[in-house]
Design a protein around this ligand. Structure first.
Ligand SMILES: [Fe+2]
Length: 167
């Protein structure tokens, strides 16, 4: 895939200045790009179902970690943030059910929706909590050390990258 063809290009301004969270956001962007390629090349139902599964598992795990970070840092807007996560998970589940149960194709509009959702979420509420945490004096660095070890363990057991990295 050449640069011009990248569906969702990661830009430095998407950084929330927390490496673990940035890495996971980039991983979500990668999975969306992989889904875009699969849809464009009409890779078939099984391939797309596998990528959708990777997308939903990774999203759930990422949201859980982000919520834990906000909870541990006693972030005041945790509840509305969790509500945004919950809504997106419901939409993703609906998308997967439509694809798997009715075998309908994944539409490009849905990909555009996911791309805009992620970009707006990162640059909106994620940037807000990150700034608030860093201002409150919460030690993001020590939290990150703990979270990175936990995520390495989870990655080793789930292996979602094997699904979407096979182009
Ligand atoms: Fe978030």
């Amino acid at each position: 895939m050449t640069n011009e063809e990248v569906f969702f290009k990661w830009l430095p301004e998407y950084s929330v200045n927390i490496k673990t969270i940035d890495d996971q956001h980039q991983e979500l962007v990668n999975i969306l790009n992989r889904l875009f390629v699969a849809v464009s090349k009409r890779e078939g139902s099984n391939a797309i179902a596998g990528i959708l599964d990777a997308l939903t598992s990774y999203t759930r795990t990422h949201f859980a970690l982000e919520e834990r970070l906000m909870r541990e840092a006693k972030y005041k807007d945790l509840i509305p943030h969790m509500e945004e996560h919950r809504k997106l998970i419901t939409q993703l589940d609906e998308l997967c059910n439509k694809h798997m149960m009715e075998e309908k194709p994944i539409y490009f509009e849905m990909l555009s929706f996911l791309k805009s959702w992620l970009r707006d979420h990162i640059q909106g509420v994620d940037t807000k909590y990150s700034a608030a945490l860093q201002q409150s004096g919460f030690s993001v660095a020590s939290w990150e050390r703990e979270a990175s070890a936990e995520f390495a363990l989870m990655s080793a057991s789930k292996k979602w990258w094997e699904v979407w990295k096979v182009a």
